[in-house]
Design a protein around this ligand. Sequence first.
Ligand code: PEP
Ligand code: MG
Length: 580
Amino acid sequence: MEFRQGIGVSPGIAIAEAFILDYEDVRITPFRQDEGPEACHREVERFERGLEAAVGEMQAISERIQEEVGDAVSSMFTGFSAILLDKKLKDDIVQKIRDNRFTAEYAVSRAFRKVKNMFRAKDNEFFASRLRDIGDIENRLLRHLVGEHGAGLKHLSSPVVLIAKDLSPSQTATLPRDKIVGFATDAGGRTSHTAILAKSLGIPAVVGLKAITSDVSGGDLVILDGSKGRVIVAPDATTQRDYRARRQRQIEFARGLDSLRDVPAETLDGHLIRLQANIEYPHEIPAALEKGAQGIGLYRTEFLYGPDQPNPTEEDHFEAYSSAITELAGRPLVIRTLDLGADKFLPEKARHEANPFLGSRSIRYCFERIDLFKAQLRAIYRASALGPVSIMLPMISALSELKKARSVIQDVVEELQRGNVRIDADIDIGCMIEVPSAAIAADILARETKFFSIGTNDLVQYTLAVDRTNERVAHLYQPAHPAVFRLIWQAVAAAHRERIGVSLCGELAGEVMYVIPLIGLGCSELSMSSSQIPTVKKVIRSITMRDAKRIVERIFKLSDARETESFLRERVRQIEPELL
Ligand code: PEP
Ligand code: MG
């Protein structure tokens, strides 16, 4: 049994066999059904047949390449066959089959894991660059053992915990939800879009584990605790029992919270907070309403761009927005204009930028591609005739950008009016506060916009100069940093002075520890992954606004993020330990 600590980004406990993406990409059954020397013998023979087929395949490739390209490349494949035929490796695999009731594929996976770890330990560029090759050789052998029907996520027949180096947001969005009960990755940070999607999809997830792909073999039993950020490899029977009981308690606690669905998010002294949901796709709306969302506070429209739809048209936008409006049946919908770039790439935009988070992302990219921006704006205005929507502009860093965006919007409105298209020309236009310059100069922006929505995911990253997706600096990504609280406070105060709406839609809004200070700071609207709404409502209904304000006064006197975090954690523990 081994413990690994990463960053818990989506709560819940998953217990299942591991499926390794990237290297193996096949489903591995760890143990043979039949016992006894006969069964063992058959398994060794099966391995030998698989090995022969894999070596044959490598030789065929090598010969073909020699004819087409010559010796230099073909010798690489001869080298691959030599690795497969290595006596020590072969003996190790056979030994594992004989000693442990392992299936051939599990023995292969375990033996190759040992080889890969040896290569990694060399800390040498030559060996590091060979790792991919070793993975490729292993994968070919496994496919001969398991067959194509066992390869890839599509063919999974029972639930697994997915283990990967990294997952892109679009890979995450298309995971087969009924087969993937959790995922763990080497890379990633607390508010990467992959992490956010996991939460929206309700898949327990741990990221930033650094080396989980080398710590687990396909078929190993793993426990993944998304709340505590922990992965346990090959847990013993007591630990399994303990976690199954823990999972049951969590399920029952969550069921209890569901009863809060129709009661208001109101503090004990009568202050109402509006709770909304963040979505990536309109089809998430029914589940969000089921959790008690009063509307959609952030629709991340850039997810319309995906592998299946690289260039959505105005009609594609319109269809998505009208279906969202229909689902919401009169509840508000805040449509954020395209926030493409950084970790949400357009395929055609996958050109290299040295610092993509500081590059042509979001509103900056929209100004580069006015055609895309206008197509989206036309669709939003056409949809505005169908129900209440507002527009939210991302990554505004200066008044000039806000004015420029408004002038493009004005052009679109006039074009539509000239064409006699039915629209609501007066919909609210708000801006996100997710760059320090916007928070510091919030008083200037507040005079020119109808509402603010504070995007703490980016605000934390840009304030503390910490890449939100990078596990190496994840420990420095500290939302409780005094600078972050001061910036939120400045933005909220500016909004209050100008009497405009102010919401907070970063992941912080759904983190129990931060709910009290956020409402104490004056955020009367919180928008979050819908799965968090019941827990957040529970916290709000357990405190008074007076207490929340006192807590804010107290944390403004603390100078260290860790001190603030443990203070806030303790407050939540006093309300209900199960919330943490
Ligand atoms: C944010 O930055 O807080 C935000 C809500 O936007 P996104 O996570 O999509 O960048
Ligand atoms: Mg953002």
